[in-house]
Write a protein that binds this ligand. Sequence first.
Ligand code: ASP
Length: 355
Amino acid sequence: MRRITLNGLQLGIVLTSILLAKTGTAEVPVEQLQPATRIAIAIHGGAGTIKKSKFTPEREKAYRAKLSEAVEAGYAILAKGGSSLDAITTSVNILENSPFFNAGKGAVYTYDETHEMDASIMYGKNRNAGAVAGVKHIENPINLARLVMEESVHVMLSGAGAEAFAKTQGVPLVDNKIFDTQHRYKALLRAKKKLKAAEAANKNYQAAHQALDTEFKVGTVGAVALDSKGNIASATSTGGMTSKRFGRIGDSPVIGAGTFADNDSCAVSATGHGEYFIRYNVAADICARVQYQGKTIEQAGNEVIHDVLKPVGGTGGVIIVDTKGNISLPFNTKGMYRASKTSTSNTYVGIFADE
Ligand code: ASP
């Protein structure tokens, strides 16, 4: 019979089994262990042209502190035996409530100088999912996506309909102006200047928008987690693209593109140029490689981010967790705001590529 050494959390679970089984021994057969005694969480605050030279030491410290706060809050829920869904919702709320990231309070501006947000959530235990697209008056879009999953018969609600559903759930509608920030407005003005110059040179809006720098096309928040019952989940929330127009919706609310979770493979939350992530079905493709090709999440994530997306010009990254508590955070941009913590590793916070 194989014998193993136990950490604190495992010992707690095992001791309960021992008491029930009245074995009277601290050595426990591996076969009696619960399938998942590890917990894990990873978060992101968007990928993009994030260069060290753009940060003062104070600004960098503030970003790291917010990422750390979000990952620790989610982890604390998992450590108390809470669900992966509760953990990721809590982490995403913290990032949505910060003006640093392109979601909720920090959402970018549309061409018409408003904010339109997308979000989705998925549970790996049963592949339940909920999403909202193009909402303008919801303070925490991820919470509404979760309500769509848990309280409606649908998976994705958009615009005015999503907000009418919010009212039926007692979710207050807020003024779109609460999402206004100076730095995002300046970014919109920069983007519009480039768009207008292109239009003057007879390029149409779409071609001009396609030519905009990556900084205008990316930014999102997300979280993935594994709970002590072995269930994984994923959540993504975004303001989308700066200067987006015509009701544009990105990958973030699209299940399979920006968000995916299935206990048979992995949970993924994406950030990047949404049009590519939709066309390449990024989150689901990573999980399919894990499930059908037996790849690790690291192999599958690297293949899709570096070998599939990069050559076609798809910039961005993903965070991935599997049911064993492994975490992978691949991206093909200069940086990605990210953090993780598991029951077997300390808190990690990263911004730039080489850390
Ligand atoms: N994927 C988001 C979108 O295209 C943006 C991002 O994640 O950076 O709306």
